[in-house]
Design a protein around this ligand. Structure first.
Ligand code: DX5
Ligand code: ZN
Length: 214
């Protein structure tokens, strides 16, 4: 079997927001595959970050694939705005909406890739009905809300369960660093989100190479 290339998605949450455009260009030059943008509403999670206006602003300075992680209640209401702003992939939380199929359909109708995410306390079985409809599953490896937390290694059991059942991208988010990245890759993860482990380093290119294991 030929090993698949692991994709690295630096999380802008750990970037210097006073120079956000430069930071996005810097990760693009450093070899990032995607830019991960964390959207928090202060309700679904106890923190507030950015909205469509900021996504649109950074869209103007890069060609990077925009992986938008919605940690918001009632995501269906905001799909159009994030699609208009230039998202390529929109991921929402299963815990945040009563009818995930409607959100997925709305994202797909806009011609975007669709992802679903589960928090650490959510059982992987909730994904059963949607696996055939989405491009990506995001398994949270920390409680969503903040960067810089410790990796919850037991979440990789969810990845191992999903891998033979799902052909799309499996992504993990939270606590990814040089030590935890190889464990996630071995479990079958395709896309590693990393905030601190990229933006907290001097040399972004070196940080990305190390996470990818090359
Ligand atoms: C947490 C966010 C993550 C976060 C990861 O709710 O979804 O994307 O930025 O940060 P690190 O890599 O520092 O754990
Ligand atoms: Zn995220």
């Amino acid at each position: 079997m030929i090993a698949k290339k692991i994709l690295i998605a630096p999380s802008l949450l750990s970037a210097d927001f006073s120079r956000l455009g430069e930071e996005v260009r810097a990760i693009e030059e450093a070899g990032a595959d995607w830019a991960h943008i964390d959207v928090m509403d202060g309700v679904f999670v106890p923190n507030i970050t950015v909205g469509p206006l900021v996504v649109r602003s950074v869209r103007a300075v890069t060609r990077l694939f925009f992986d938008v992680h919605l940690m918001i209640e009632d995501p269906v209401k905001y799909v159009d705005r994030f699609a208009d702003a230039g998202s390529d992939l929109i991921t929402f939380h299963m815990e945040a909406c009563p009818s995930p199929a409607d959100v997925i359909r709305k994202i797909k109708d806009r011609g975007k890739k669709a992802g679903v995410s589960i928090k650490p306390g959510t059982d992987v079985s909730v994904l059963e009905g949607v696996l055939g409809q989405v491009d990506l599953v995001l398994v949270m490896t920390v409680e969503p809300g903040f960067g810089g937390q410790s990796f919850m290694e037991d979440m990789l059991d969810k990845v191992k369960y999903l891998r033979p059942r799902f052909d799309g991208y499996i992504q993990v988010d939270g606590g990814i660093n040089r030590e935890t990245a190889p464990k996630a890759a071995a479990a079958g993860v395709d896309v590693l989100v990393a905030g601190t482990a990229v933006f907290g380093q001097e040399d972004y290119a070196k940080a990305i190479r190390e996470l990818r294991g090359t």
